[in-house]
Write a new protein. Structure first.
Lengths: 304, 324
């Protein structure tokens, strides 16, 4: 009898707290572990990494030059010599797809990074400080929203000359507005929370509060919006190229390949199909990765 | 004994569109090292605003500190530059709040939050801060403190989170701990545990505790001295015995009568008639006169001066003898 009581006691008193396998301090390390458990997101991430790798080594693996024309073989069907066929000037589509990927991926990532950095910092400052400054900063955003972005990009191009990096920056600068609004809204609701007051009462500086307490709490919506920004800048770049403001022929991007493909859709559907598939798969991967990241970054989301 | 914290005729007003709200209107009291001072009053009496305002935790404007002095270790902190005040806050004067469920950042692990004040206010490196934080967690009775450092706030219950908050306030060995209704959001058994914990820690560390609450039971259990506040004024100040057994102010008496007691069977609880006054429309008189059963003509025109009832017991009322 007494031994039974003993065993009951030993099992009920102080149930051992399970050791975390992720002993890191940072949110990111934790998120990384949780991300790896999400198969779809891991696949998306790996695919993006693979694409980045291919883009880097493109000059060494491309079978032809991106501007090598073969006027005797225009709009050829996919074959052993030209895996994805050729375009109206007889250029190898596979090669152009590889080179186009470099531009599109760079546009997508750099422009999104610019938009995230500018938008998050701007929105967080505006929301945190509030009052007159917030009012002023948000009116600036309203004014920029009212300007057509093509107009803005054209002005930038005229002032600073045509330059592919400027294109990235210009695209980013037109995309940060919504990001700033989202972050501002989040910060305004977060700064009333008790943990911010507690942080202030511990003597943490305003920057410390914004950087360590507020911005991590806005990551969920920021990442979701980021995954929407990447495809939209890639498509914007195609539009600008169409107007002659983006990449110049004979350079290619996925956007220009698709718009060229549309023109010859009826006689050479592969010229549209392959760039479109590549772009779609990339965007899908990005969305999976973004969704996974959002879940992984929420400490309450997954159990580890 | 030299007081560690002293307020002298301290005034903090909110300048709003609808007028000046005199949230704190000329209050004075002292906090001695090692003692627990209870500050009692109903909602809106200014008991929290008093402390939040001189620690610059309230937005200004609308808040403005209009007059008086707040001395910490003899030095007026109202004139300190922001940087130095920020250093004081969290290092020398720590606070705990009433909402443990939301007082911790949901995106940061307990450990990271605990070492933050140490990294900011001391020259400690991360490793030492980590050790000290573990010790603080153990001190407040968190089982398995080491693995707990790597957990997120949502994995803890309300009582546990309040313990973590207390640990966070304690890591820098503050001289004064301001506990702003630390048990209001907790259920009764957990309340008792947290109060016991506060008492123990105070005994060990010798820090002064300012306990802000509207729960007279909490004050009775913990406080050495009590300040009763109403509408931005101090109404009565004295030892816990003075306040509970020899209350001299009609308001204190009314408060005590409207508190449920476990040892005296009673029917419906008596209430104080009327509502607390609108702080933006206060006259020159005593803000309590409309609800007071003892008010005289002079109460309407002039705020009463202090009446000494004992060496440490004073009441701001014209009544010369305690009402029955």
């Amino acid at each position: 009898m007494s031994s039974e009581v003993m065993t009951i006691n030993t099992t009920t008193i102080a149930p051992p707290i399970q050791e975390d396998d992720s002993a890191g301090v940072s949110l990111w390390k934790d998120a990384y572990h949780r991300l790896l458990k999400n198969k779809l997101a891991t696949f998306g991430g790996l695919f993006i990494l693979f694409e980045v790798f291919i883009c880097i080594i493109t000059p060494w693996i491309a079978p032809y030059g991106f501007d090598t024309q073969n006027l005797e073989l225009t709009l050829a069907k996919p074959s052993a010599a030209h895996w994805l066929g050729t375009d109206t000037l007889g250029r190898d589509l596979f090669t152009r797809l590889l080179y186009g990927g470099r531009i599109s991926m760079m546009v997508g990532f750099l422009a999104s990074m610019v938009s995230v950095i500018v938008g998050v910092v701007y929105g967080a400052i505006s929301g945190f400080i509030g009052g007159k400054l917030d009012n002023f900063m948000m009116r600036v955003v309203d004014v920029l929203f009212a300007l057509p972005f093509v107009f803005l990009v054209i002005i930038l191009m005229v002032f600073f000359g045509r330059n592919i990096f400027l294109l990235f920056v210009a695209l980013g600068f037109t995309q940060w507005l919504t990001m700033a609004r989202i972050v501002r809204g989040q910060v305004i609701s977060l700064k009333e929370k008790e943990f911010v007051e507690a942080a202030r009462s511990l003597g943490i500086s305003n920057w410390g509060i914004i950087y360590r307490h507020l911005i991590p709490n806005t990551l969920g919506p920021v990442i979701v919006y980021l995954t929407l920004t990447v495809p939209s800048v890639i498509l914007d770049e195609a539009f600008l190229s169409f107007l002659g403001l983006g990449v110049q022929a004979p350079m290619a991007s996925w956007g220009t390949l698709i718009s060229n493909g549309v023109e010859v859709m009826e006689i050479a559907p592969w010229a549209l199909l392959f760039p479109a598939i590549t772009l779609s798969v990339t965007l899908f991967s990005l969305n999976f990765l973004g969704d996974g990241l959002r879940d992984a970054l929420d400490p309450k989301g997954a159990k580890d | 004994m030299e007081p560690i914290l002293e307020l002298k005729n301290y005034q903090a007003h909110f300048y709003t569109r609808r007028g000046i709200v005199k949230a704190v209107d000329g209050i004075s009291f002292k906090v001695h090292p090692g003692e627990t001072l209870g500050i009692v009053g109903e909602s809106g009496s200014g008991k929290s605003v008093t402390h939040l305002s001189y620690l610059r935790l309230l937005p200004s404007p609308p808040l403005r500190i209009v007059g008086g002095e707040v001395r910490f270790k003899g030095k007026n902190i109202l004139t300190l530059p922001d940087r130095q005040l920020r250093d004081l806050r969290g290092k020398s004067i720590a606070m705990i709040f009433q909402e443990p469920m939301t007082s911790l950042n949901p995106y940061m692990k307990i450990g990271a939050q605990l070492i933050e004040p140490l990294l900011i206010h001391t020259v400690m490196n991360k490793k030492d801060a980590w050790k000290k934080a573990i010790a603080a967690l153990e001190r407040v009775g968190i089982p398995n403190a080491e693995p707990a450092m790597n957990r997120y706030p949502h994995e803890f219950s309300g009582g546990m989170r309040q313990r973590v908050m207390i640990a966070m306030a304690l890591t820098t060995d503050p001289a004064v701990l301001i506990a702003d209704e630390p048990t209001t959001a907790l259920d009764v058994t957990v309340q008792a545990q947290i109060l016991d914990l506060l008492r123990d820690i105070q005994k060990d560390t010798g820090m002064a505790v300012v306990l802000i609450t509207h729960d007279l039971g909490v004050v009775a259990g913990l406080a050495d001295r009590v300040v009763v506040m109403y509408a931005g004024h101090v109404f009565e100040e004295g030892s816990a015995e003075d306040i509970f057994y020899r209350s001299a102010h009609p308001y204190t008496l009314a408060l005590l009568k409207s508190t449920p007691r476990i040892d005296v069977p009673q029917g419906a609880l008596p209430v104080i008639p009327g509502m607390p006054p609108d702080l933006s429309r206060l006259g020159k008189g005593c803000p309590f006169y409309e609800r007071c059963g003892y008010h005289m003509d002079v109460c309407v025109t002039e705020f009463p001066t202090s009446h000494q009832f004992g060496p440490e017991h004073e009441s701001f009322c014209y009544l010369e003898r305690p009402p029955q």
